[in-house]
Design a protein around this ligand. Structure first.
Ligand SMILES: Cc1cc2nc3c(=O)[nH]c(=O)nc-3n(C[C@H](O)[C@H](O)[C@H](O)COP(=O)(O)O)c2cc1C
Length: 395
């Protein structure tokens, strides 16, 4: 995209990765993504904040063709999708200083080919004046690496937020136009890389609440000219409150586990509980992560394979453990043929989840009338636990 002005003297240079479908070899990207760099031209100096993924470096360098001089190249986050083109930008502008947080210096030096003498470390709250524009640096650690910082430009009430508030959306729109799409993409991004640092993010939100912000300009996805939309969403995601929802990832090889989980979904629905059901053999793992942001209960469904859970369930259980969602309750259901350690092994995979186990139902072969009775009892326990906690149902 051509550089576009979000305020006088502040331009977004968005390099759009329309066709990318996987991020960090981990996060599915159904809607592609973009990497945003910001050019700030003050009366006495020019800064570029962040760069782009090396795959798209020529798009950024082309946009900088008309920019003769850069005094500062600010790197808010050292991950290569924003920092990978730093060596090329520094080579183009030999007098530019690379500005970063104290923790970022080591990451930059170990990940990129940058001369140490070109680096200027800024502390939390430090400012750099560009004349009629000021760059105010706000440390926001663990969004989602330890070194991350935001840049606030008080004259324009503009916050450059890097990954914080970002969304993986490839779009030609500069500002958010499709709120539903951006909400889901931002929630996916939060779920997959920021949820484990929920408490730190809450602290960072508190820190930013002291700033007057008209525009949030993230490093992925469109710019927010109505920042409350995304700030309120983040406040909700990091709040301790949970919803009257069950997340149910499962796998089946011959249908028995599937009969059990589908019965359970109906039984829960009859009791007013919403279930997000995911067949792990086909599911988008990002959707599973999104549903873990709000849910109170995790139910895992698995057949037994070589004594333990199906390998696909291993992955999902490990992911849930790693993402540390709010979750308060759990249960395990499934089918086996002759001998199983599936329940013990799944329990061992989720030590980070401080959950009350409301039931385990392991059926030999296909479900029977007694299995369905047990599933109704489990649904009743889950619904009662949610009621006692006064969990709300999503509208
Ligand atoms: C490759 C494979 C390995 C299995 N290993 C075990 C096992 O170690 N212990 C066991 O009790 N059942 C084992 N089974 C049997 C299944 O757990 C059983 O058929 C179960 O009912 C399948 O559930 P499903 O219909 O949901 O796929 C195995 C089945 C397959 C296909």
């Amino acid at each position: 995209m051509n550089a576009r002005e979000i305020a006088k003297g502040i331009k977004v240079i968005s390099t759009v990765h329309w066709e990318r479908r996987l991020f960090d070899s981990l996060i599915p990207l159904p809607d592609g993504t973009s990497y945003n760099a910001y050019l700030i031209q003050g009366s006495k100096g020019t800064a570029l904040v962040d760069t782009t993924d090396p795959e798209l470096k020529h798009e950024l360098l082309d946009q900088l063709e008309s920019v003769e001089h850069i005094d500062y190249l600010v790197t808010q986050h050292s991950e290569q999708d924003h920092s990978g083109t730093i060596p090329d930008v520094l080579a183009r502008y030999p007098k530019a200083k690379l500005v970063c947080s104290s923790k970022a210096k080591d990451l930059v030096l170990t990940h990129l080919d940058v001369a140490p003498e070109r680096i200027r470390v800024v502390e939390d709250g430090e400012e750099i004046s560009l004349g009629d524009k000021t760059l105010q640096f706000v440390y926001t650690p663990w969004v989602h690496w330890p070194e991350t910082m935001c840049t606030y430009i008080p004259q324009d009430k503009c916050l450059l937020s890097c990954d914080f508030f970002g969304s993986h959306v490839a779009t030609s729109d500069m500002y958010v136009t499709n709120k539903e799409l951006v909400y889901e993409a931002a929630k996916r991004y939060f779920a997959e890389i920021m949820m484990p640092f929920r408490n730190m993010i809450r602290r960072n939100l508190d820190k930013l609440s002291g700033l007057e912000i008209d525009v949030i300009a993230p490093s992925h996805g469109p710019v927010y000219n109505e920042p409350d939309f995304i700030v309120d969403a983040y406040k909700d995601w990091v709040s301790p409150s949970m919803k009257n929802e069950v997340v149910l990832p499962y796998i089946t090889m011959h249908g028995s586990t599937e009969m059990m989980v589908k019965y359970l979904v109906n039984s829960l629905a009859d009791r007013g509980v919403t279930t997000h059901l995911f067949d792990l053999s086909v599911t988008d793992i990002g959707k599973l992560a999104i549903s873990l942001v709000d849910a109170a209960t995790l139910v895992v469904g698995t057949p037994t394979v070589h004594i333990g859970p199906h390998p696909g369930v291993f992955y999902a259980a490990h992911l849930a453990n790693m993402l540390r969602p709010k979750l308060k309750y759990a249960a395990i259901v499934g089918s086996y043929g002759w001998s199983s350690k599936a329940i013990e092994q799944i329990s061992g995979l989720i030590p980070n989840l401080k959950v009350d186990v409301l039931g385990t139902i392991l059926q030999k072969g296909a479900p029977t009338e007694d299995t369905y009775k047990q599933l109704d009892e489990l649904a009743e326990k889950i619904a009662n636990a949610h009621k006692e906690d006064e969990l709300v149902t999503t509208e």
